[in-house]
Design a protein around this ligand. Structure first.
Ligand code: ARG
Length: 471
């Protein structure tokens, strides 16, 4: 907000100013106002208010007539907010008072009965849980789409050979399908973390009131059920001051963003000229204003950058919460901006990486060439010596080292060494060894469960397609 004077002027606050002689200063109004961001909660605020007043009506706490007036009025307020946005009046502080004050303008004094047996403390805790629950459902849909893209590309490239790296040094040949399926696994764990967070979140704080519960004969089961919660929370002090659900969400979001960032980093490396493993989609790249030949992986770089901000959001809320005694403190109003920010950044990051995976042109010729470099099949030579010549692995490792050294001196690949040269290193080598030294033979041999062999990758892809309901 740039307007420092967003106020209706002086005088005490209409909602809580009964005991105040003076109204808040303009600084107080500005620092207090959460409406600039918590207006995003309006659909949840309306839904929770409708559930609450329906219950008050059913319990005979509010008359049937007033209940109907309030329900109709809340629908009218919702229609206005949907059509015109939520007005930002700092004197109304937040979404809860904004909704209630508009309701009063529309239906008159009956509106004042809505706030019976509740407080903004249980109200905001309820609204925010509902918002985070929706956010989790949206993330899950996005991650499922990302997994589908990964699985599709992995199926296409179950047998495409690329160098596998450790320390970003060529280690052993792997298949591109196997590499992509590694990210399928990471995303699967992310989805399960979000699902865990959702299951823990899904209890209703509504009816905890300000902190101690209420003397009105409310039915908390009824409101919980109406809002899709599994049950009401069991301790009112905890319920109004618990933000674990937001932290669980941010933790899952942060970890998910780390995975997206690592995937982005792979694409950035692969798209670099010295690697040349991938041509990124034009639609997710930008040009340089000075170097006409450049095509920059900006979307991937921003996904990498956004993960830093999302981790920052988690840190922000953890630090906000760490020193708070029971029950509600106003610090907790600061819970929403980091959650909203993280949710927006995460949704964009997921969408960008889904497009990247779906539309990147993989340069399998370049990958295959690179897999031939760096003596990537040295382990296969050692394994062959163990299996065919019954040499202990440590000794085989040593013999292979000598073969690599010789190949380096001759400037050739391992499978280009003359048999006589290999036998000079160790006489137990024979011509059958060459069948083990090609990159194809190397990947095809790795058939252990979860290994890189095309036959294994195809099994994993089929299982994943099944789990995702593809075909
Ligand atoms: N806007 C407030 C928040 O987001 C609502 C709760 C206000 N409660 C209070 N006791 N002042 O935290």
């Amino acid at each position: 907000m740039s307007d420092r004077d967003n106020s209706k002027g002086v005088g005490s606050n209409a909602m809580w100013g009964g005991r105040f002689a003076d109204g808040p200063s303009s600084i107080m109004r500005e620092i207090n106002a959460s409406i600039p961001f918590d207006k995003a909660l309006w659909p949840q605020d309306i839904a929770a208010s409708k559930a609450h007043v329906t219950m008050l009506g059913a319990q005979g706490i509010v008359s049937a007539e007033d209940t109907q007036a309030i329900l109709g009025g809340l629908d009218a307020v919702a229609a206005e907010f949907a059509a015109n946005g939520v007005p930002e009046d700092w004197d109304l502080e937040d979404i809860h008072m904004t909704t209630e004050s508009r309701l009063a303008e529309l239906i008159g004094p009956a509106a004042g009965r809505l706030h019976t047996a509740r407080s903004r403390n249980d109200q905001v805790a309820t609204d925010f849980r509902l918002w985070v629950r929706d956010a989790i459902d949206q993330v899950d849909a996005g991650l499922a789409a990302q997994q589908k893209a990964l699985v599709t590309r992995a199926g296409e490239h179950a047998a495409s050979i690329m160098p596998g790296f450790t320390h970003l040094q060529t280690a052993q040949p792997v298949t591109l399908g196997h590499h992509l399926m590694a990210y399928y696994e990471m995303i699967q764990r992310d989805r399960s973390r979000f699902a865990d967070a959702r299951a823990r979140l899904n209890r209703s704080p509504l009816g905890s009131a300000a902190l101690a519960g209420t003397g009105f004969a409310i039915d908390r089961e009824m409101t919980a059920q109406a809002l899709g919660f599994d049950s009401p929370t069991d301790n009112s002090l905890d319920a109004v001051s618990d933000r674990d659900f937001a932290l669980d969400y941010l933790m899952a979001a942060a970890q998910c963003s780390l995975h997206l960032s690592r995937l982005a980093e792979e694409f950035i490396i692969w798209a670099s000229q010295p690697f040349g493993f991938a041509t990124l989609p034009d639609t997710l790249s930008t040009g340089s204003s000075i170097m006409p030949q450049k095509k920059n992986p900006d979307a991937a770089e921003l996904v990498r950058g956004h993960s830093g901000r999302i981790v920052g959001c988690l840190t922000a809320l953890m630090v906000t919460m760490k020193g708070l005694p029971l029950a509600y403190s106003k610090d907790m109003q600061d819970d929403k901006p980091p959650v909203f920010e993280a949710a927006g950044l995460l949704a964009l990051s997921i969408a960008a990486m889904t497009g990247m995976v779906a539309d990147t042109n993989f340069r399998t010729d370049r990958m295959r060439e690179a897999a031939e470099l760096g003596y990537a099949t040295a382990t296969d030579l050692a394994d062959w010596l163990v299996r065919e010549a019954d040499i202990p692995f440590r000794e085989a490792h040593h013999i292979t080292g000598a073969a690599v050294k010789l190949a380096e001196e001759q400037g050739v690949a391992l499978d280009q060494l003359a048999l006589a040269d290999l036998q000079a290193i160790d006489s137990r080598v024979d011509e059958r060894v060459y069948s083990a030294l090609s990159v194809e033979a190397s990947v095809a041999a790795r058939t252990s469960h979860g290994g890189t062999a095309p036959v294994q990758v195809r099994i994993r892809v089929a299982e994943a397609r099944n789990a995702l309901g593809m075909e």
